[in-house]
Design a protein around this ligand. Sequence first.
Ligand SMILES: Cc1cc2nc3c(=O)[nH]c(=O)nc-3n(C[C@H](O)[C@H](O)[C@H](O)COP(=O)(O)OP(=O)(O)OC[C@H]3O[C@@H](n4cnc5c(N)ncnc54)[C@H](O)[C@@H]3O)c2cc1C
Length: 524
Amino acid sequence: MSKIPALICGAGPVGLTMAAQLLRQGIGFRIVDKNSRRSIHSKALVVWARSLEVLNTAVPAQDFIDAGIPVRKAEYWFQQERLAEIDFSGAESPFGTGVMIPQDETERVLEESLARHEIHVERQTELKQFEQNATGVRCQLAKADGTMEELDVSWLIGCDGAHSVVRHQLELPFHGELDRHRWYLADVHIRGEMPDANVVICGHPDGIMICFQIRGNRWRIIAEVDLTDPDQPVEEVKLSQVQEMMNQRGPSGFELADPIWLSEFRINERKVDRYGVGRAFLVGDAAHIHSPAGGQGMNTGMQDACNLAWKLALVEKGVAGQPLLESYTQERSVIGEQVLKAAGRLTDVATLRNSLAISLRNIALKTATSFHWIQKRARDTLSELRINYASSPLCGAHILHGAVRPGFRVPDLHWQTNDGQTESLFAEMKDPSLLLLTWQMGPEFTESLFEALPARWRDDVRIVSLLQTDDDDFDADGIMPASEWKRLGSEVPGYALLRPDGYLALSAKANEPHALQEWCAKLS
Ligand SMILES: Cc1cc2nc3c(=O)[nH]c(=O)nc-3n(C[C@H](O)[C@H](O)[C@H](O)COP(=O)(O)OP(=O)(O)OC[C@H]3O[C@@H](n4cnc5c(N)ncnc54)[C@H](O)[C@@H]3O)c2cc1C
């Protein structure tokens, strides 16, 4: 029997995303999880715009949108007075700023999407240990019936969460620390008309409390309690304790009822330096954990998966080599670092106790949120549309000097197909290959571009050639006005190579096919 290319260990949101992306890439895999069922907890409450965009290449973003509510607005209250408002609407993405959706629903959408392709998670199947050599990984799986299975794969992908067995066996240090703050968490129903916002942040001298709308009158409340010894066991939380905090810190007159989940948590901030060794990789919480401030944890993990999947596919098919795989750590570790720092800073600001510092925070928030550009920056940062790999070794030539540089997200461009339909780039990106968009290039240039592609890359790069206007002399795939092309590069005829995860690899003028050749050569 031939070897299965990949084993995905862990079917949380990140493992399921990895599965959807490998399926899109046509790479065979198995996905196992030690638990007997999906998590029932709401944990991560938002899927941000950039995650929706990259997920949409494999699972319709609309499925997540239909199962949640749009991210609209946050309000900041202090001692029962409303001080500031952040408007989240208007992000430059076809999917808005993001969608509020509990994590168990996110996992359901992902798992159902896989099931439509007859892919099922093998539950009660636990990776116990593995060993790897230059050609593969031998995994020991413990099954529900008590038997062990030995499985040989080419790649092991550890999506096995914060206590990752893959990370432990790779002996990768998980640098960081446990924060001493205790937090109450309540997933409850609230009786009464809450402020008209998805997120209500309530500052108070005794500690901050934040309410996130899940759907209708179901809300997640988290409230800072006090400092504690990290070794003190986690306590059981009672609804009455959270109600007391609501009365003291929140807008007045609200009754909490019908709790779905009551818990206490503490914040761990940790990250590995390397996201993989040899043929084994770490993705999601297995590689980084941090404060939930900003709601980036799960989203960062999902985008790790989207970054790794196409690279693994090209290497598995023998198209690209080790340099492409190494870029996974190079690109995602930088992002992980940024997320950890930003979440830590947000938590520090949220947990201020000194009254002068709290007053300054309140003034700063009130002033900052009155500026439109600050609101826009906050929205674009949270929605992860600003994520880029500008320092990545994968960034190729940048000859067009356009708004989007190599390593940056490509916006959703539109063009008209020859049969008069409007085509969107994001719809086109569902195809798993790299996309070579050419604009205003004559057939001789397009041909020399194709010839510049090394033979083994040709099946994995598709060319869409576009013209500014209909021209009987040229055979093209559609028409794109200069204004649209300008969003990507300049008005100069040329081409752009787009990665399967929606980032620009390179852009060049029509008569510069060597830029493409050099990019492919660098990754072989
Ligand atoms: C209380 C709480 C609130 C949170 N709030 C937010 C938020 O607001 N926003 C946000 O973005 N994130 C939030 N998070 C974090 C978010 O839940 C995680 O980032 C996310 O779950 C990570 O997904 P994952 O798939 O990497 O790991 P996990 O969800 O932990 O999934 C790992 C899976 O691997 C399986 N597994 C583990 N070991 C093995 C093994 N040896 N063999 C087989 N299977 C194995 C586990 O059973 C599990 O199903 C929160 C987390 C908690 C606990």
